[in-house]
Design a protein around this ligand. Structure first.
Ligand code: PRX
Length: 664
């Protein structure tokens, strides 16, 4: 069991199944936000119909709000799986994030507000205007060119949450070099795997990054990664923490040495709408993370519109938007950088932990910067609840107008707390369901329009033809569980799994014909609201971070002591889902706490700290069917300390289960 007051998965599902409270958008919302874009459910429904019936008209009007060097010929020219949007169009997303704002006379507006973690009476704050950002991005882009990066080369980025991370991302977009950002919590092995898969030869990193007062040695991790791959020939290093690092002449280059002397102008590469913008690795049901490919035009249009309407961003109304995710995840790509900057509302980046120097840090930031839209994950909300109301209560949070959540199902208790304690019951909550693969929000309330119910991500965004179906693609009945699918492509649909077309087709487009299979199960209620029930594959969602159980299993069996491992998710009070691992040991190896620690450390080194099992059990054998398949549902029961009376008639050896239970 995890935690004292462990939330039972069963009770959460029950509370979601019985939840029926409805909250209309607060009356005051329209005035507080400065005008709701979609002011009523009727307005939503009318426009939604249009977006489904005439997607080309709908999306071309949106795309016209942005700059194109050459206009597209066809809005959507091809459906699943080889989706194509805005074919023939030429643009550059960095141009739309930065230059377009300057060209419209807003060069002095704030683009990025950054707050560092160290807190010495006051934090370090930087504010970059669009003109500042333009200069920095151009210098970085020119530096990348000097280092030999050309259009189409994949640039790996492994940095902390510093402004230069956004600058590096935008510089890549500017010169047409797809980036592959790796979350700073991943290990050197994970860096090497991704570098190899993407065939990337350059890594941008920092000496270190601040996390809860300590330095995460990012450069050391990159150095270690070079032991597993020979591809990396250039490492561009930003000085942030001034920690000691090793230096390899001829390979390592200081950011300040090369960027500072560059020209502050660098022309944007003209990109085809379907040119790759970035790769982002995410977990699936095999041991190997896959590189999700997103392209330029459709992703730009879709993230722009979802940002604008889901968060109701209005330039010139003193909005300050803060998404607490890391740029290493899709949420950071779409809703810290790419969707935000074209909307001309300052996007806030915070470097560090929510509880440094104390548990009120987030609320301190909200008050200091008058944050208006706040976007975070249920796991964080549950942690805040546990830390106590006194922390938010001592800060003035009255600037907040829209509250967002993402990454995993939110339990109604956390939803209610968020609404009342953080939002003072005045802020609509947008529970946004989407994925790395979808590029942007898919199911979500619109703050001025959609009545919300705790735990439901409500309705599809415009242009999203979502449904809950059976294996034949037929819609299931009201409130019946089924597969969540999308039946028509949308502009930011993933365009592939890098280097693995078979996996792309197999994962998303084979189980249900002609539809995008999300990998989640869901139900739709009598009001047309969607409820996400959980994953249908071996993916688990730990603190809103996606992990494949097979990834963790592969890592465990790569340790010399382990011959077989099975990993399952287990309900966890804060993380939502924790990781339970069952290992059988090689002959002659004795179980011990020291070995448990060593295995957890090993997984941390192989993947990253987020993958370390919360529960690790040694067992002589794993429960298997007579055909040799591991019976994971039984292990889930054992890990959770529950007994859901599952059918065990196919279990090969009953004593295995009895022994596992006895150890409780
Ligand atoms: O299971 C769903 C869950 O997170 C998965 C996608 O993970 P990832 O690609 O890492 O992207 C996370 C951030 C967009 C989904 O398949 N998920 C995401 N948002 C929600 C959610 N589950 C329930 N409610 C959500 N709002």
């Amino acid at each position: 069991m995890i935690g004292e007051s462990q939330m039972s998965e069963q009770s959460n599902i029950e509370s979601i199944l019985t939840e029926s409270r409805v909250f209309e958008p607060p009356q005051s919302f329209n005035e507080r936000i400065g005008g709701a874009y979609i002011p009523s459910l009727e307005a939503y429904e009318e426009l939604y119909r249009r977006s489904i019936d005439s997607p080309n008209d709908f999306w071309s009007e949106v795309a016209d709000e942005l700059d194109w060097f050459e206009k597209w010929n066809t809005v959507c020219s091809s459906g699943f799986p080889d989706v194509k949007w805005f074919e023939g169009g030429k643009t550059n997303l960095c141009h739309n994030c930065v230059d377009r704002q300057i060209n419209m006379g807003h060069g002095d507006d704030i683009a990025i507000i950054w707050e560092g973690e160290p807190y010495d009476g006051a934090p370090e704050i930087k504010k970059l205007t669009y003109s500042d950002l333009h200069a920095e991005v151009c210098k970085c882009a020119n530096a990348l060119k000097e280092l030999g990066v050309k259009k189409g080369d994949v640039v790996t980025i492994y940095m902390g949450m510093v402004p230069e991370l956004a600058i590096a991302v935008l510089a890549c977009a500017r010169i047409g070099a797809p980036h592959s950002v790796i979350f700073g919590g991943f290990s050197s092995q994970a860096i090497a795997d991704r570098v190899e898969d993407a065939k990337s030869t350059i890594v941008i990193t920092c000496d270190g990054s601040w996390r809860r007062g300590s330095v995460v040695p990012l450069k050391d991790n990159v150095d270690a990664a070079t032991q597993f791959t020979e591809l990396i020939d250039t490492v561009l290093v930003l000085k942030r923490c001034e920690n000691d690092i090793n230096w390899q002449d001829g390979r390592d280059v200081w950011w300040h040495d090369i960027c500072d002397r560059q020209d502050e102008d660098c022309q944007c590469e003209s990109m085809d709408a379907e040119d790759m913008l970035f790769l982002l690795y995410t977990s699936g049901s095999t041991g190997k993370p896959k590189g999700i490919m997103h392209t330029t035009g459709g992703y730009m249009v879709y993230t722009y519109l979802t940002s604008k309407w889901v968060f109701n961003l209005i330039p010139g109304k003193d909005h300050v938007y803060w998404c607490t995710a890391d740029v290493g995840w899709i949420t950071g790509h779409s809703y810290i950088i790419y969707g935000l900057l074209p909307n001309r509302v300052p996007t806030l980046m915070y470097e560090g932990a929510p509880n440094f120097p104390d548990a009120a840090r987030f609320w301190d930031i909200v008050e200091r910067h008058n944050v208006t839209q706040f976007y975070t994950a249920p796991t964080a909300i549950r942690a805040f609840m546990k830390w106590g109301d006194e922390h938010p209560n001592k800060h003035d949070l009255s600037s907040l107008k829209v509250l967002g959540t993402v990454g995993e199902p939110i339990n109604p208790e956390a939803w209610m707390w968020y609404r009342k304690v953080i939002g003072n019951s005045e802020c609509p909550i947008v529970d946004t369901w989407w994925q790395t693969e979808t590029g942007g929000h898919m199911l979500t309330p619109l703050p001025g329009a959609t009545p919300t119910t705790p735990g439901s991500c409500t309705r599809p965004f415009f242009g999203i033809d979502a449904a809950v179906v059976d294996d034949d693609g037929n819609e299931v009945g009201e409130n019946e569980g089924g597969l969540l699918v999308v039946r028509q492509s949308w502009p930011s649909t993933l365009r592939g799994v890098f280097g693995d077309r078979d996996r792309f087709i197999e994962t998303y487009f084979s189980r249900v014909e002609d539809m995008y299979l999300a990998g989640d199960s869901a139900r739709k209620d009598e009001r047309g609201n969607f409820w996400i029930m959980g994953r249908i594959d071996d993916v688990i969602n730990v603190s809103g971070h996606r992990l494949g159980t097979m990834e963790v299993e592969s890592s465990l069996v790569s340790h010399e002591s382990v011959v077989e491992a099975a990993v399952v998710g287990v309900p966890h009070e804060i993380k939502g889902t924790g990781i339970a691992a069952f290992c059988t040991l090689a002959s002659g190896i004795e179980p011990s706490d020291v070995l448990k620690d060593a295995l957890r450390k090993h997984v941390g080194e192989e993947i990253g700290a987020i993958a370390k099992p919360d529960i690790l059990k040694f067992t002589d054998a794993l429960p298997k069917t007579r055909s040799g398949k591991i019976m994971r549902r039984l292990l889930r029961d054992v890990a959770a300390g529950t007994d859901s009376n599952q059918d065990v008639t196919t279990l090969e050896d009953f004593t295995v289960l009895a022994k596992l239970r006895d150890e409780e």
